[in-house]
Design a binder for this molecule. Sequence first.
Ligand SMILES: NC(=O)c1ccc[n+]([C@@H]2O[C@H](COP(=O)([O-])OP(=O)(O)OC[C@H]3O[C@@H](n4cnc5c(N)ncnc54)[C@H](OP(=O)(O)O)[C@@H]3O)[C@@H](O)[C@H]2O)c1
Length: 150
Amino acid sequence: MFGDVVLISIPYGALPQLGQDLKSELAGRIVLDTGNPNPERDGDMALEARRKGTGVASAEFLPGVRLVRAFNAINYQSLQSEAHRAGEPVAIPLAGDDAQALAVASELVKDAGFEPVVVGPLSSAKLFDVGSPVYVQVLTAKELRARLGL
Ligand SMILES: NC(=O)c1ccc[n+]([C@@H]2O[C@H](COP(=O)([O-])OP(=O)(O)OC[C@H]3O[C@@H](n4cnc5c(N)ncnc54)[C@H](OP(=O)(O)O)[C@@H]3O)[C@@H](O)[C@H]2O)c1
């Protein structure tokens, strides 16, 4: 593993084990977490993660990292088709407790051709989890903020 920023995109049920296995390697790094808990795929832990919200749940699975929830609320087709689109960019909601990590994540979102919208701390990741009104919706930053009442 290398780099200052690590993006984790694996089935959510594998996150606890990965957090254990890579604990020392990930410690202190900025980690972008895209995972969405899905009970059919990930079992009962997904229900608990959805109840808590992924920002809170993932932080428990990834101790010591500078966690940012990112790119979980856009599906892979839109990620490809909407990157760097003409006109207003598509918004990517972000949540994190570390201001510097959020700033780095925001730059990466822009580099990827989208517009970052910092929703709030990790506890606010629930606002754009599965089942929320913005989940996998293709929205501009203005539309996203309006739907979330930001
Ligand atoms: N697909 C989407 O549109 C989308 C959108 C937003 C968020 N997400 C979320 O992003 C995550 C990844 O989604 P995906 O569709 O890319 O899933 P995926 O195709 O099932 O898995 C992606 C990667 O996870 C790795 N992986 C599988 N089991 C693992 C384990 N036990 N330990 C470590 N790595 C493991 C796989 O590695 P190998 O190939 O080496 O097995 C693969 O590279 C999920 O949590 C999903 O809910 C997906």
